[in-house]
Design a protein around this ligand. Structure first.
Ligand code: GL7
Length: 833
């Protein structure tokens, strides 16, 4: 392989392994090879997308090498139990940079691309990210895939290959507009389709009794239609290790490309419709977070990917001479929320109807296979499917659920003979007027372990929504506090901070995040703190220029970047933040010379398309921005930015640039949060309530390095029980009173005094998320934040201590907890020459 004039040392013959070589010269050859043979062009004629694809293919070759070896080895070894992470969402984020970090060839690739004459930054930016998730829950799944691989735990992530991921958000006249996310339009170099491993999934029809060869009476499903699931695999490389896992996402297709019988009968329309309907299953991600909407297509999606995945695991298990009743010894299946909970009934169906096990054996196997993570306390997120819909779509599954329920309730009766109510509460079927199948109950009965995602969340689960389950199965409960991967959220996205840390404490902290503790002494070292400050200011400059380019607002990098990025939701209380901004604004208006610490308020987040209040909140934020940013009296001391289209790519820009992280949900509502961790790990200080993982973050970083305010979860309940009257607060707090009146004055809304009334009325007549109760506490806490900001040296000490003490929140720690306490699995170390 000799290439001239492409920056390779000309004249020198260098032997390269074009598929596996990791040095610069090999990478260059590989890119040129892929440009030619995959993209059909020479480097001179290549577009930036061609280069992005060629670079990605070159990298994928290297990953495959690891992945195939890992799986051959682990599937055959009967002592190895694999983890299967079932999730309707994986919010992967861009792959290229993360994979380069994992393979430890980021710099080599940058040089290779640059020497070939291309702009590496543009190549990275070219990637369309797969937005196959809504928010925290989906991103957590991807952080866990990263940690599973990095800890060398053999694992497969199973999910849906949505053709359209989460919508792209644009802002028009202050309102959110949703644009379909065509992430696959230029091809996806990371995936490999495996049509030979397709499976069939049944829907509809009826069940019937039949006798087998020896006269035994059995039941079977006679479906009315069948859909094909085709797996697409993406390598999940770990950080600086040899083994490699993968993510297997299912695409739905019609079983025959054309229904000829309908066609021959002249029903061309029906034939085409059937095909479209099959393909629709994996078409689109439902864009709601923490809101259950009982759409038939959603149930189809859940069953589709659960069934595909279980059939796939069972096939591999049987092919490797495993017995069906030993399925749980090979696979530990984690149910990521209730979205895949139907798997409990589906595994039973496979074991009973296909493997012909008896009920008792099948149930024991099932119960030892699954574990279930609950991710929310919000009642509106609880999934329960109308019985009629369920029966029409999945008649055999319903039959199995009835049988599970019958046997289970017999057990409950034996345990609690006096208590009739507990029977109806624990039943898998809700019968309150209409009937429903309760997915959380199905997940609880079918799993050997149930966990919440932060200490408070687990406590509240046990006390409230899952309380009866604790009475029934006290030993099933665990807490596993969420975590984030430091590879993506520091090494990749904050190279300045990474280098600074590495220079001072060595380079093993991304694998062993507790080593950050060694930074503690540097919190008092002026020289270190100066470098730390410079990294932050540089990150803020980068973000400022992106803000200017994309939305035309000029912000001051030396102002405090006060950031709230997350889904827009009433319980997350973006409007509490707005009340603070307007409080400052009105202070300035009544005294233009008042001392105000310059702040840039940055919001970023999507609202579910059907969530009216959330969309109105976006409009409110933009209206406030319009006013404040253009008001002469403000003199740039405060700026308000709503940045459109929050996704992983954008997120990587923002966490490193934040000074203050807003984690201000009503206590008891945010299960954990993971954004809170990303900010603190990048040296932002948190202003927050005692909610979700905030509590544990505050424990770790030190009370004095965290701005705490607000009611506790138990006070929230108390206040609500004691005839909470938000109007009383409104009438007695002058600043609040002025702010609310201002919102309805029409100044923010071209004279329309009614536009924001749904928001203010909600606050004044009910205030379910207790904004007004927390308002005075929030404002005084924000005043303390501003005071602290004045003392930059103190602020930086606090920020460094935050970074140094965030080790607990590596997703490696979470995954280790799962491995030791729930899955009982061990690492497998692949040897690779
Ligand atoms: C969530 C929780 O709201 C969030 O607090 C948690 O960090 C995350 C991961 O456990 O799960 N639950 C949920 O339904 N979504 C979340 O982000 C969408």
């Amino acid at each position: 392989f000799l290439i001239n004039n492409q920056g390779l040392e000309s004249g020198k013959m260098k032997m390269c392994n074009i598929r596996t070589g990791l040095d610069k010269a090999c990478l260059k050859e590989a890119i040129i090879d892929h440009l030619f043979y995959k993209q059909g062009c020479e480097p001179e004629g290549a577009s930036i997308n061609d280069v992005y694809l060629a670079v990605s293919y070159a990298l994928r070759d290297r990953l495959l090498h690891h992945g195939l070896k890992t799986f051959d080895a682990v599937l055959e070894d009967e002592d190895i139990r694999l983890v299967s992470y079932l999730s309707a969402e994986f919010l992967m984020g861009p792959q290229l940079g993360a994979n380069l970090i994992d393979l430890n060839i980021f710099d080599e690739m940058r040089q290779a691309v640059t020497e070939l004459g291309f702009d590496f930054k543009l190549v990275l930016e070219q990637e369309e990210e797969p937005g196959l998730g809504n928010g925290g829950l989906g991103r957590l799944a991807s952080c866990y895939m990263d940690s599973l691989a990095s800890l060398e735990i053999p694992a497969i992530g199973y999910g849906i290959r949505y053709e359209f991921g989460i919508f792209d958000q644009e802002i028009k006249d202050g309102w959110q507009v949703e644009i379909t996310d065509k992430w696959l339009r230029y091809g996806n170099p990371w995936e490999i389709a495996r049509p030979e491993s397709s499976v069939n999934v049944y829907f509809g029809g009826y069940t019937e009794q039949y006798s087998n060869e020896i006269g035994k009476v059995l039941r079977r499903w006679v479906p009315s239609y069948v859909v094909k699931g085709i797996p697409y695999d993406t390598s999940e490389m770990g950080y600086k290790v040899a083994s490699c896992n993968f993510l297997r996402l299912w695409k739905s297709e019609a079983i025959e490309s054309f229904d000829f019988s309908s066609f021959n009968h002249g029903d061309y329309y029906k034939a085409v419709m059937d095909k479209i309907e099959s393909e629709n299953i994996s078409k689109i991600l439902y864009p709601n977070d923490e809101l259950y909407v009982g759409k038939q297509l959603r149930l189809k999606q859940q069953y589709f990917f659960s069934s595909c995945s279980l059939q796939d695991m069972m096939r591999m298990h049987l092919e490797n001479q495993g017995k069906p009743q030993d399925f749980h010894k090979k696979w530990a299946i984690q149910l990521n929320d209730t979205h895949p909970a139907i798997s409990v009934a589906e595994l039973m169906r496979i074991l009973l109807d296909e493997c012909k096990l008896d009920w008792k054996t099948a149930w024991e196997t099932t119960q030892q296979t699954f574990s279930y993570t609950n991710h929310t306390l919000l009642p509106e997120a609880l999934e329960k499917w109308p019985l009629d819909l369920f029966k029409a779509l999945l008649p055999r599954l319903l039959e199995i659920i009835y049988e599970i329920n019958y046997r289970f309730l017999e057990e409950v009766k034996r345990r609690f003979p006096e208590d009739n109510n507990i029977l109806s509460r624990l039943s898998l079927i809700e019968e309150t007027g209409s009937s429903y199948v309760r997915m959380a109950n199905l997940a609880c009965v079918g799993s050997y372990a149930i966990n919440g995602v932060a200490s408070l969340h687990t406590e509240l689960l046990k006390k409230n929504i899952l309380n009866d389950w604790v009475s029934m199965y006290p030993d099933k409960f665990y807490n596993i506090t969420n975590g984030i991967t430091p590879r993506r959220f520091v090494v990749l996205s904050n190279p300045g901070l990474s280098k600074l840390i590495t220079k001072n404490i060595g380079d093993t902290w991304p694998q062993y995040l507790n080593e950050l503790k060694k930074l503690e002494p540097f919190a008092y070292d002026a020289n270190f703190k100066e470098q730390f400050r410079q990294v932050k200011i540089e990150n803020k400059r980068i973000l400022s220029s992106v803000i200017k380019d994309r939305i035309g607002i000029v912000v001051n990098p030396s102002s405090m970047f006060d950031v709230q990025v997350k889904r827009i939701h009433e319980y997350k209380r973006q409007h509490l933040n707005v009340l603070h901004i307007l409080t400052l604004y009105l202070r300035i208006k009544s005294n233009p010379d008042i001392e105000i610490q310059p702040r840039t308020f940055i919001f970023w987040g999507k609202a579910a398309p059907g969530y009216f209040m959330a969309k109105l909140l976006i409009k409110l934020i933009n209206s406030v921005g319009n006013l404040v940013n253009n008001d002469f009296d403000v003199r740039d001391r405060i700026k308000v930015v709503f940045f459109p289209d929050f996704n992983v790519k954008n997120a990587q820009l923002i966490y490193p640039a934040a000074d203050l992280s807003e984690q201000i949900s009503t206590s008891g509502k945010e299960a954990s949060g993971t954004g809170n961790m990303k900010f603190a790990l990048n040296g932002a200080l948190t202003i927050g309530t005692l909610d979700g993982a905030n509590i544990e973050i505050r424990e770790e970083v030190g009370y004095e390095n965290f701005f705490l305010f607000g009611l506790t979860a138990s006070q929230v309940i108390e206040v609500k029980q004691n005839n909470y009257d938000p109007r009383f607060i409104y009438e007695n707090n002058m600043e609040l009173n002025a702010v609310i009146k201002f919102i309805n004055s029409g100044i923010l809304s071209n004279g329309d005094r009614n536009l924001f009334k749904p928001i203010t009325d909600n606050l004044l007549y009910g205030d379910p998320y207790l904004l007004l109760a927390d308002y005075p506490l929030y404002i005084s806490c924000q005043d303390i934040v501003a005071e602290t900001w004045k003392d930059k040296d103190k602020w930086n000490t606090m920020a460094v201590l935050n970074v140094a003490r965030m080790g607990k929140f590596s997703s490696d720690r979470s995954i280790n907890d799962y491995c030791e306490n729930i899955w009982k699995v061990k690492p497998f170390k692949l040897k690779i020459e």
